[in-house]
Design a protein around this ligand. Structure first.
Ligand code: PMP
Length: 375
């Protein structure tokens, strides 16, 4: 049975070109990149090239502003924990921001509207009342694909004397960056969302923004993140970014075509709705099927070789109600029947047809089984 993978927002396949760039750093050039001998320095030189590429892609002022991490979770924890004052975070942040911020007991959640956009009127009021030190709002939401206006949100934060962090994880390869020119102080990303491997990511800290290290130990990363550098991962991250420079446009055009093909077929079913903002990213498609059960649909699809997610991957299997779908005010009888398909570089239109057909069948079967009336 052919596997059709529409779960790219959870993780992407490593691009073979990325893997090829990484391979020499496992068994040939495996020295610790902090050592002084030549093999170590060879790895070190490639790591620094990777830092340059990422800085350039992000539109950072200098490569020294990039800190390599184990992913966006670590990078987000680092930023949030660097602040000891009050903070504002949007109600639909990824758990690595939301739960980290809430754990400080100094976080206030900014509500969003039904499309997932930050409620600017309430945000303005909260800035005045809370006087936060930090505001954190993600660029692209991982469950519904809504893109926030981080220029306005960041400027408002700065005008109120706060620093601004944005989680770029789902926006890399999809949105413009130009960070040095925008009202952003910290940005975070994770390699496996854009065809690099899992377990490597980056944190951008604008030169001059306050910084406190999260992980103590050696002198790595200019005393900012202790731990032996993940040479193959970092080199893969740089290669994945380099590939985006040439492939992202085509990737996004393909995702858009696939998205349209999926929607055309899915909307032939009765009682379907699309979640998120109409001008969201093309690769995330969140659809709710009224009076059905998302998890049963996912299991049914899996038996047909189709991979996707009910709500977000982080909460599936734990029967937790999606905080994002709750925050946009999706009623329970729609929320339960929500499925996220996320499109990637290696998907085809033929796969879209297969997945859409299987999904239509799965929803009908689950509705019939559960005795859900379609009307
Ligand atoms: N932020 C967002 C928006 C994400 O989608 C994810 C991954 N689901 C993360 C942060 C965390 O990334 P990682 O698990 O690779 O650290």
């Amino acid at each position: 049975m052919k596997t059709v993978y529409f779960d790219n927002a959870a993780s992407t396949r490593t691009d073979p070109r990325v893997l090829e760039a990484m391979l020499p750093y496992f068994c040939e050039c495996y020295a610790n990149p902090s050592a002084l001998h030549s093999p170590a320095q060879r790895a070190r030189a490639e790591i620094e090239k990777s830092r340059e590429k990422i800085a350039e892609y992000l539109g950072a002022q200098d490569a020294s502003e990039i800190i390599f991490t184990s992913g966006a979770t670590e990078a987000n924890n680092t930023v949030i924990n660097a602040f000891s004052g009050q903070m504002l975070v949007s109600a639909i942040e990824h758990p690595s921001v939301l739960n980290t911020a809430t754990a400080t007991q100094r976080a206030h959640l900014i509500p969003v509207d039904e499309s997932g956009l930050v409620r600017m009127d309430i945000y303005a009021q909260m800035l005045e009342e809370v006087r936060p030190q930090l505001v954190s709002v993600m660029l692209v939401n991982n469950e519904i694909g809504t893109v926030q206006d981080i220029d306005t949100i960041g400027k408002m934060a700065h005008d109120a004397g706060a620093r601004f962090h944005t989680d770029l994880t789902q926006g890399v390869g999809k949105c413009k960056m130009d960070l040095a020119m925008r009202p952003v102080d910290y940005a975070t990303m994770s390699g496996h969302k854009f065809y690099a491997p899992k377990g490597v990511g980056a944190l951008w800290v604008r030169d001059g923004a306050p910084f406190h290290k999260f992980q103590h130990g050696g002198t790595h990363e200019n005393f900012r993140r202790a731990g032996t550098l993940n040479a193959p991962g970092i080199i893969g991250l740089g290669k994945a970014i380099e590939i985006l420079e040439s492939d992202a446009e085509e990737d996004n055009a393909r995702a858009k075509a696939i998205r349209e093909r999926l929607l055309d077929r899915l909307f032939q079913l009765p009682d379907v709705r699309l979640n998120g903002h109409p001008s969201g990213v093309p690769h995330i498609l969140s659809v709710s099927f009224h009076r059905t059960e998302g998890e049963s649909v996912i299991i049914n699809l899996d038996s047909k070789g189709i991979c996707c997610t009910a709500g977000s991957a982080c909460s599936s299997g734990m029967h937790l109600k999606s905080q994002v779908l709750t925050a946009i005010g999706l009623p329970d009888d729609w929320l339960r029947g929500t499925v996220r398909l996320s499109i990637g570089r290696f998907n085809t239109l033929e796969e879209a047809d297969l997945a859409a057909e299987a999904l239509v069948q799965a929803v009908s079967e689950v509705r019939n089984l559960a005795g859900f009336a379609a009307g």
